[in-house]
Write a protein that binds this ligand. Structure first.
Ligand code: G
Ligand code: G
Ligand code: MN
Ligand code: NA
Length: 254
């Protein structure tokens, strides 16, 4: 397709880059981590959203190379933040299923950790809930190898899949990320808080930390804190930003 060809050219011309969005502890108010988010700057300067090109990258196999690059860049960024005086910040990295399925994935992860000097305990791979559901057998083994390296696992978009709870029993994950569709309505009425509340309780019962995505207002943050949610991420705190702005942002918000 045309978009696939354009993506191929964009990779050659290094038009893909990572933005970083801070995550805040609702307990302390301090920054606790960062999520790396992929962006594509088109030749005319517009940004193309990952939702548009990740599926094409998956379909064409380009995701393997892209994913490898994302993994390495994010690990190097974590190590660089440590050198800048932020040695405790975790780095969340989105991974796709075809990336995990690739026989070289573990070796790639290991060399990214080794070459960058990133702390494995501060690297968190995000898998989506639908991925966790569909690939439970295969993932159970892969996640064990990943966790043997000390790397953490988060379930992204939690609550939007079919939420069969059986995979949570089987897969050794560390964190649930409440999807932003639940967070957006949380201030509207008491009823809209019931699912986030239940997810927080479920997560804590399973000894998982819980992060709310898409927090845009102080009211939402207050409600989530009252519900016991651990961490939050969203425009209230910061939009995803380019790496050159990250350290300055941290200095002003640390
Ligand atoms: O930043 P934005 O809302 O546009 O991201 C939308 C989704 O794109 C994310 O939730 C995530 O699932 C996916 N995504 C973002 N960056 C990456 C990446 O580096 N790799 C993969 N596989 N998916 C990503
Ligand atoms: O990995 P995941 O699909 O959850 O990616 C999160 C996406 O949500 C990012 O692409 C980011 O651009 C977007 N995002 C982050 N914070 C907010 C927010 O407060 N509101 C909205 N609408 N989107 C957000
Ligand atoms: Mn994510
Ligand atoms: Na999400």
């Amino acid at each position: 397709s045309k978009l696939m060809q354009a993506l191929r050219v964009a990779i050659e011309r290094q038009r893909l880059f990572l933005c970083y969005q801070p995550q805040i502890s609702l307990h302390s108010g301090q920054v606790c981590g960062i999520e790396a988010l992929l962006r594509w700057r088109a030749e005319d300067g517009r940004l193309i959203e990952p939702a548009r090109f990740i599926p094409i990258a998956e379909h064409s196999g380009m995701i393997v190379g892209i994913g490898e690059w994302v993994l390495r860049m994010s690990c190097f960024q974590q190590a660089e933040l440590a050198r800048h005086g932020y040695p405790q910040l975790s780095m969340a990295i989105n991974v796709s299923v075809s990336q995990l399925r690739h026989p070289r994935f573990l070796a790639t992860l290991q060399s990214a950790l080794h070459d960058s000097g990133a702390s494995p305990q501060l690297i968190e791979l995000e898998i989506t809930e639908s991925m966790a559901m569909e690939e439970a057998d295969f993932l159970a083994r892969t996640l064990e190898s990943i966790k043997a390296l000390g790397v953490k696992i988060a379930v992204d978009d939690f609550g939007t899949g079919f939420s069969s709870l059986s995979y949570l029993q089987r897969l050794k994950v560390d964190r649930l990320k409440i999807d932003r569709t639940f967070v957006g309505e949380i201030g509207d009425n008491e009823r809209s808080r019931r699912i986030p509340e239940l997810v927080i309780q479920l997560g804590h019962k399973l000894d998982l930390s819980v992060l709310a995505e898409g927090v845009e207002t102080a009211e939402q943050a207050n409600i989530l804190r009252e519900l016991g949610c651990d961490d939050a991420q969203g425009y209230l705190y910061a939009r995803p930003m380019e790496p050159q702005h990250l350290v300055e942002w941290l200095r002003n918000h640390g």
